[in-house]
Ligand binder design. Sequence first.
Ligand SMILES: *Cc1c(COP(=O)(O)O)cnc(C)c1O
Length: 221
Amino acid sequence: MSIKENLIEIKNTFKNQDCLLVAVSKTKPVQAIQEAYEAGIRDFGENKVQELVEKQEQLPKDIRWHMIGHLQRNKVKYIAPFVHLIHGVDSFKLLKEINKQGKKVDRIIPCLIQIHIAQEDSKFGFDQKELDEMLDSTDIQSLQNVKIIGLMGMATFTNDEPKVKAEFRRLKNLFEALKTKNLPSNFELREISMGMSGDYLLAQEEGSTMVRIGSAIFGSR
Ligand SMILES: *Cc1c(COP(=O)(O)O)cnc(C)c1O
């Protein structure tokens, strides 16, 4: 099946047509992205800064580039001028660096806070305590060049559907609980980025607003 056919088939399975499809194009050539672009996709996700920058230079300028992977602080400067959304903000230090680089290029950079919902230790993200500490700190208020528009999470890599569903539900519940709090002015919570090729339907059932789908569109890596 072609990339276009895959996209149509995936969209047809969506439980919620308002959920944004972010096409994860990491490791795939620009021609593959071009093909998805011609099929109407404008949101693409990459997890490596260098690859993201190279593709951004070569492809149409109306593409919205999502940084979805672990982001090193010393690389934020390369994507700050154009990145549409940073999904994996996994530390307060990283958020401060994004703010600093946003200020330099006179942008307010949209970010999602990554929450550690999986059982594996290998996945990045805040736990409840770290999140509370960040929210209670006084300097979060001063970060005027970032906007926290939601949360992101990755479920455990397993076929155990009830387990994956429960992890997504935890993220959704945390999101709803956060929204009831008196948050700093640079918070405007509206997005939950959860779900990949193997679990996006479960994620949509649990309230995902953005799914990050790679291999189901572009083939295995
Ligand atoms: C690679 C990746 C995806 C997409 O994974 P697929 O299983 O290929 O859909 C989604 N999110 C993140 C953070 C990734 O690194």
